[in-house]
Ligand binder design. Sequence first.
Ligand SMILES: [Zn+2]
Length: 99
Amino acid sequence: MMAQIAQLGFCLPGSLVERTSRCGSPSCACHTNPERLHGPYLSWTRKINGKTVTRNLNPTQAERYRPWFDNAKQLRELIAELETLSATVAAQTEGWDNQ
Ligand SMILES: [Zn+2]
């Protein structure tokens, strides 16, 4: 687990969000047909000092950074595992109920 954490590459905070949208032109097909919505557009959304910051990504950028989001997700899972394990070890060591 520690080795897995050490081997992870870059980890981007926040999330990769995919969305579709309707445009401003009322005659466009996107207003009547859900399959003709524009997009999908990809953006990177994260919180900085409590404020949501969004950066739009073109397909090349999305492809480049998608693994960094996957790494971040894996890191969060590994941290959760490590925390659970650490709590168990501490509880066993001290004879605490592991709650
Ligand atoms: Zn449209």
